[in-house]
Design a protein around this ligand. Sequence first.
Ligand SMILES: Cc1ncc(COP(=O)(O)O)c(C=O)c1O
Length: 391
Amino acid sequence: MRTALRMRLVAPSATLGMAAKAADLRRQGKAILDLSAGEPDFNTPDHIKAAAKKAIDDNFTRYTPVPGIHTAREAVTAYYKNTYGVPMPKESVILTSGGKHALYTLFMALLNPGDEVLVPAPYWVSDPDMVRLAGATPVPVPSTPENGFLVTVEDLDRAATPTTRALILNSPSNPTGAHYTAKALDAIMDWAVARDIVIVSDEIYDRLVYEPAKPASMAGCFALHPDHIVVVGGLSKSFAMTGWRVGYALGHPSLIRAMSTLQSQSTSNICSIAQKAAIAALTGPMDCVEEMRQAFKRRRDLALSIIKTWKKAICPTPDGAFYLFPCLSEYYTAAVPDSTALSEAFLGEAGVATVPGVAFGEDRCVRLSYATDDATLEKALTAMGDFLGKL
Ligand SMILES: Cc1ncc(COP(=O)(O)O)c(C=O)c1O
């Protein structure tokens, strides 16, 4: 069947692709240790599941208003008030089918053909493709492991042109775990306002920040710069709710209305039951979230202690999310010349699923997720280290 020309702009998600390859090998009976997953290995906390079960029993099973029911939108604003001290009206919130669909709808509502969008690299796999689908052009802004994979105002300024419409900032980052301080975010905000650039702040890992680093949100910029900031978040990562598909965008009410119009012609509204679960998550006890965060921090440190023994690897200590992005190019050989070949070799020779860095715009690195139990992590990293030692 002949498909639309726009399909040339988009490739299947590399992270989901690697998870599928690992699942195939497992089905064939091979023991695969999975460090490719971009999702918590924890179960959704009980009080959230109970709210969903109650919603079903109460027959809360019909269409809802497009941007979400009032109480769910208010739960998002309450979360930002309680966590970051930022008051927002509920008209500035739309609930979407995951953070990914918030970004997709946002780019469709915000970008015009010809617009350029700065995307600090390494970037999240889906960002450039979604920007292209909206008819705009992604412009990677490189960062390095030596500077902790963070970009500066100077880096951004070098990449910006008069047609730059937006900047996607993902902090903490997938794939690097890099996290911008509040001071660095303020400096980037001032720069963006001066150049009339909209910041799309993807804060989906906002609760997964490890001390001494402190959580930081760009939501605080709304009061002064409502035309230059959109925050995207969701419940997938912090609340172990990937399958529920709950995300949101916080932005200028006129932009949120435009996104609602698009959503009214695409997904209508997010699942009514998931909205009730989201209220329980965002306004309920946070100790379960804290327990998961502590576990991730412990695993990050365990993983780093093993990676430190890989003599030729460069791996900055990330302050957030649940990924490590070691630079392994010093191990490349004629037979294993890039991150795709190395990831495939890790899978075939060491039985470990990872994601090649090239999918995130950095072919020197491989992405490892530590959202798995300690024993798997230790076994997988030891097998990878043994394999690297033989290269
Ligand atoms: C940086 C980033 N943004 C957004 C998302 C979207 O998550 P979801 O659609 O599950 O809410 C992800 C998921 O992997 C992510 O890593």
